[in-house]
Design a protein around this ligand. Structure first.
Ligand SMILES: [Zn+2]
Length: 236
């Protein structure tokens, strides 16, 4: 009954390491839970996204005079002229700057001379998709950027797919990816037979920028037809 796709969103050092520039509290705690899914043989495909910005990116507070992280600015869609809000962030996920853009991987001491390895298992990723590469447009969702342009990843979907979303952050990139995926009409190649995917939001395999957002996020997900699941409460 359709493929099972695990979509691992933005499990990168800047979001997962407690000293990362945009650390999402609790992100390091979901690394091993996600690895368990990656290694489980439950999925036909495992896709991963990476936030990937040039240093002149529009989402960095530093690039806007007098602004600080978590301020918002109003931007204009370059095609439709429609205005929209953009949250500003610390500089994050800039390749070559630091290891921040790389998949989560670091060691830390644990107990007597033991080292704990925190590392997302990227060996089984079938596809790695980088988003936010346009300096002028941010992209929370893996499927559409913040101005509504398709990123191209949606072309890889088939109408009967079951997409399981995990990673960070629950209230930003995971939420928007899940909602966009659930709303997308996908045609079988060469036909006019449009269908939507089944999308599952793995709530215990994510971490939120603001945990107080959780209830609101759940409602938005449900409204879009996304099913919210807790993997560790399921017998599968
Ligand atoms: Zn970003």
């Amino acid at each position: 009954m359709g493929r099972k796709i695990l979509l691992v969103v933005d499990m990168q050092n800047d979001f997962c390491h407690p000293n990362g520039s945009l650390y999402v509290k609790g992100a390091e705690k979901v690394i091993e839970k996600i690895n368990k899914e990656i290694r489980s043989n439950k999925y036909d495909q495992i896709w991963a996204t990476q936030d990937w910005h040039p240093n002149n990116h529009i989402s960095f507070a530093e690039n806007h005079k007098g602004k600080k992280p978590f301020d918002t600015i109003t931007l204009k869609n370059q095609e439709t002229n429609k205005e929209y809000e953009q949250v500003l962030w610390e500089i994050h996920c800039v390749p070559f700057l630091k290891a921040g853009c790389e998949f989560a991987k670091w060691d830390e001491p644990e107990g007597d001379s033991l080292m704990k390895v925190n590392s997302i298992d990227d060996r089984r990723f079938d596809l790695i998709f980088r988003k936010g590469t346009n300096p002028n447009i941010d992209s929370y969702s893996a499927f559409y950027d913040n101005e509504g342009n398709p990123t191209g990843l949606g072309d890889m979907l088939q109408p009967t797919d079951n997409v399981y979303v995990c990673g960070v952050a629950g209230d930003y990139c995971c939420k928007f990816s899940a909602i966009d995926c659930a709303k997308m009409d996908i045609a079988w190649k060469g036909t006019t037979d449009f269908k939507k995917c089944n999308v599952f939001f793995m709530d215990d395999l994510t971490a939120y920028v603001d945990p107080f957002n959780k209830e609101k996020v759940h409602q938005e997900l449900k409204d879009a037809g996304v099913k919210i699941i807790e993997v560790n409460n399921e017998r599968n």
